[in-house]
Design a protein around this ligand. Structure first.
Ligand code: MSP
Length: 653
């Protein structure tokens, strides 16, 4: 069993958490849950950074003693984290005695060994960043992050000999290529190190809110120097050496990982200052520091001071925590920035959950209910489906091991596509019909298909459980594998089952489809010139004389069909070749939708087609029918969809 110690940045408590700060905690929680599922011994720590001047100012504004204010904010933070189902093992606050003990121990040791010395600091300080800012770090005299003019300060400070560690840090980066990730962040840090390092101020004079320097009690430890030490304090540095020894990284011990997850804006502190502090204290460095990107809102970093925040609990109240957890984990390439908008969130909710995974769970459980009264006995594995499951699991584990959580989520959804495809090809409704007519082979085949479909869905739910823990518990319950309270273990629960039985229960839609919002008329903005002239009857786009009769319309035979296979047509940007199931027959048709849909994502989809169109050749392939899609001017085609998938062959009129 490997030990996995995972931390997030600790948050300033001058405001409640927003979706940007929550993103980091959700990502960390997904990683922690994945490692627990993989059987690792996990310690996942988060916390609050309380000795900031902003926190002190805020407490004064609301008329509270700073500690009382921080106590209150702890409650607010814990409420948000509970709402998002964040499973931290420990929550550290920098005002706790254990943290104070660790900070004073590290600072005292550095001072005693000459690593900290007295000097004078004169320069800019941005209180929102809590950072000393060199002139070159400002844009038009303003902090580029907060767009405010920093304070000019001149103080007697204590300095840490950061400059001394430049070469050792460069050496560590060279010998540990995974130390900083992603690659872009690593390169940024390398450029910074190559440019040389200055010593940094580690104390503030004339402030009462903070941890006093043990050797100069009238000063407090600079808030960043204080905060970074939380990672050691939380596992006993300065208070519990055995615990610290248990969790902290050991040189040459690959089965012990220490991973810090932080935002890209604070990588310099984590990838340069913190490792130098550890070297100075004679401690091994963490295994990996991952600098994730920002959640943007309308292209801006989501931030309270910029007024661009979204409350994560708004999404939780409406949808529960899981759709938001999935959206942030799957839709943002981990390491890059990603935009959040409610429209996109709802679009992905419909696509991934309502129409895809949720619909699949409903269809499978409803079929087991209808054809086997909810009871299934195990059969042998369907070789291709089980092999797809194994391949998806390999990609999923590699991705999560490498912190590529978006790739891990995509691997699970590719497997969900395979399950849809399996059902479309095996057509259990036909086997049921044959079975009912006395065909024993059909009956046996139906048992195999239903067992494998439920089994595949169960394995997919186990894989997705780090991302959507509550929803996956519910999927497993419906599949007759109700959670027992014993944590899932991939080595057991990820195995394809070929023995036993299950009692499946169907239920209400897990994620009811969201209908597009209608803009209330009062909110429509009509420019003066767009107001129609009321004196003339409006001219219709469809004048009466050119309209067709119902008989004419009925000549067009529109039908429901399911996509069985899909592949891009070579040398064509727009065309995909599809095999579709029309209930009574299978057809090949060519559709111009490749710019809007991945071929793989089409498999298993229910579509509407014109069934009685004369064949036509497109890029040398004979197309037998036409798929229906909305074609917005200048936009990409959008396939016509159904609330619930009707059986293939159903007439549309
Ligand atoms: N207190 C320091 C961290 C000290 S760690 C020893 C701090 N706090 S913070 O509250 O400003 O930010 C906490 C974390 O949230 C940071 O990792 C920060 O990068 C992250 N985020 C803040 N806004 C964010 C987004 N809009 N998007 C993603 N992460 C963001 O910095």
């Amino acid at each position: 069993m490997s030990r996995f110690y995972l931390t997030t940045a600790i948050d300033y408590v001058n405001n409640r958490p927003h979706l940007g700060t929550a993103y980091e905690k959700i990502a960390a929680d997904v990683i922690a849950r994945y490692h627990r599922l993989a059987g690792d011994d996990v310690r996942f720590v988060m916390g609050n950074d309380e000795h900031s001047q902003n926190v002190f100012r805020r407490s004064t504004e609301v008329g509270l003693d700073p500690l009382v204010y921080c106590d209150r904010m702890e409650g607010e933070f814990r409420t948000v984290w509970a709402g998002l189902n964040i499973s931290f093992d420990d929550f550290i606050r920098t005002t706790q005695p254990r943290h104070k003990a660790a900070v004073q121990a590290m600072v005292q040791q550095a001072f005693a060994s000459g690593e900290i010395y007295e000097g004078l600091y004169e320069g800019w300080y941005c209180v929102s960043c809590e950072e000393f800012k060199p002139d070159k770090g400002l844009i038009d005299g303003q902090c580029p992050v907060h767009r405010t003019t920093p304070d000019w300060i001149k103080e007697k400070n204590y300095f840490f000999r950061l400059s001394k560690y430049r070469d050792a840090l460069l050496e560590h980066y060279a010998t540990h290529p995974d130390f900083v990730a992603p690659e872009s962040r690593r390169n940024e840090m390398l450029r910074l190190l190559e440019g040389g390092l200055d010593d940094i101020s580690v104390s503030r004079a004339g402030q009462a809110w903070g941890i006093p320097l043990p050797f100069a009690l009238e000063n407090v430890v600079y808030v960043w120097y204080d905060a970074l030490i939380n990672y050691a304090a939380a596992i006993g540095y300065g208070t519990d050496p055995t615990l610290f020894e248990h969790w902290w990284a050991q040189i040459g011990e690959p089965r012990r990982q220490v991973v810090h997850l932080v935002g890209k804006d604070i990588t310099r502190f984590h990838c340069v200052v913190w490792p130098a502090m550890l070297m100075s204290a004679g401690l091994p460095l963490p295994t990996r520091i991952f600098g994730h990107g920002w959640v943007l809102f309308r292209g801006e970093k989501m931030s309270k001071s910029l007024g661009t925040v979204v409350d994560p609990l708004d999404a939780v109240e409406k949808f529960g925590p899981d759709p938001l957890r999935l959206f942030l984990s799957k839709e943002i390439v981990f390491g890059n920035d990603g935009d959040f908008s409610w429209d996109r969130f709802e679009e992905k909710y419909n696509a991934d959950l309502a129409n895809n995974l949720g619909n699949l769970v409903s269809r499978v459980t409803a079929m087991v209910d209808r054809y086997r009264q909810g009871h299934l006995r195990a059969t042998l594995a369907a070789p291709q489906l089980a092999a797809s499951g194994l391949a998806a699991a390999t990609r999923w584990a590699q991705a999560f091991d490498d912190l590529a959580i978006d790739v891990g989520c995509a691997a699970v959804f590719q497997f969900v596509d395979r399950i849809n495809e399996y059902i479309a090809i095996e057509a259990p409704w036909k086997l049921a019909k044959a079975g009912a007519a006395g065909d024993t082979a059909g009956n046996a085949a139906l048992d195999v298909v239903l067992w494998n479909a439920t089994e595949a869905l169960r394995v997919a739910a186990v894989m997705l459980s780090p991302v959507m823990p509550a929803a996956c518990d519910e999927i497993r319950r419906r599949l007759g594998d109700a959670p027992t309270g014993v944590p899932l273990l991939w080595a057991q629960d990820g195995q394809w089952r070929e023995s036993g039985e299950r009692f499946v229960v169907s239920g209400a839609a897990l994620w009811p489809r969201l209908e597009p919002k209608e803009t209330p008329v009062s909110e429509e903005i009509k420019p003066e010139s767009a107001v129609p002239d009321q004196s003339q009857p409006p001219v219709s786009q469809w004048p009466l004389e050119s309209r067709i009769s119902i008989e004419d319309f009925m000549k067009v035979d529109l039908r429901v069909s399911t996509v069985l296979t899909a592949e891009r047509v070579p040398n064509s940007k727009k065309l995909v070749k599809l095999t579709i199931d029309l209930g009574s027959e299978q057809r090949t048709l060519v559709a111009g939708i490749a710019e809007a849909y991945e071929a793989d994502a089409l498999v298993g989809r229910t579509v509407a087609i014109v069934a009685n169109l004369k064949p036509a050749k497109l890029m040398g392939i004979e197309s037998n029918g036409m798929i229906l899609a909305a074609s917005p001017d200048g936009g990409k085609p959008m396939l016509v969809a159904f609330d619930q998938p009707p059986a293939p062959g159903t007439r549309i009129r």
